[in-house]
Design a protein around this ligand. Structure first.
Ligand SMILES: O=C(O)CCC(=O)C(=O)O
Ligand SMILES: [Fe+2]
Length: 211
């Protein structure tokens, strides 16, 4: 008998995920690994506020422990301060409820900006080194604007591609005992063809990450 592994988010209750302040629609769903395409995660105003907070603080993205500039990721990025204002606080609290992980386990929100030709090549969000004590367990990538062409978040091993849409998001988790399930979350941010792309990413850790 094949037993389904426990997921972090319980999405078995229909097409809506309720948080204290919002009803979030599930528009697409993959069971294992659990991947949810969600609408109405952020209001249009929240998207605009996050872009405005980030826009004059962007730097060329760096990856890995050594924080090196790399062709893997050509976008620009920044981290918002934890709960830096009331907008960020309210979004962070909603995401913690939505992702069913305590806020103390949340990394600061990251904002990414891609111009035409910029991309985030295939990667896992969890750290693959055995020595990581407090690894990531789940991700929510939120789209802060509509992209004219390109910029899809693509999961090649699952034949899934999510087109950016302002206020919507893709959720996935990789805390399964069966490592093959985690490895299926390999994903990329496809190159933007026309327009620009803004996203905010929330990563959750297995244990407490914030003071
Ligand atoms: O920009 C995207 O579509 C993907 C972003 C991503 O993979 C990440 O922030 O880890
Ligand atoms: Fe990622």
């Amino acid at each position: 008998m094949v037993v389904k592994e426990q997921s972090i988010v319980d999405a078995s209750g229909g097409d809506i995920l309720r948080t204290s302040d919002r009803q979030i629609r599930i528009v697409d769903k993959l069971e294992e690994p659990l991947i949810l395409v969600l609408e109405d995660v952020l209001s249009a105003e929240e998207c605009d506020v996050l872009i405005a907070l980030a826009s004059d603080r962007m730097q060329r993205s760096r990856i890995g422990g050594a924080h090196t500039v790399s062709d893997i990721r050509t976008s620009s990025s920044m981290f918002l301060e934890e709960g830096e204002n009331a907008w960020v606080r309210s979004v962070e609290e909603r995401l913690s409820e939505l992702m069913q992980v305590p806020l103390a386990h949340a990394e600061p929100l990251q904002v990414l900006h891609y111009r035409p030709g910029e991309q985030y090549k295939l990667h896992y969000d969890y750290f693959t080194s055995d020595t990581v004590a407090n690894n990531r367990i789940s991700t929510l990538v939120m789209y802060l604007n509509d992209v004219e062409e390109g910029g899809e978040t693509c999961f090649p091993l699952l034949q899934l591609s999510v087109a950016p849409k302002k206020g919507s998001a893709v959720y996935f988790e990789y805390f399964y005992t069966d490592h093959h399930l985690n490895e299926l979350t390999l994903h990329a941010g496809n190159p933007v063809v026309t327009g620009e792309k803004w996203v905010a990413t929330q990563w959750m850790r297995r244990q407490r990450f914030r003071d």
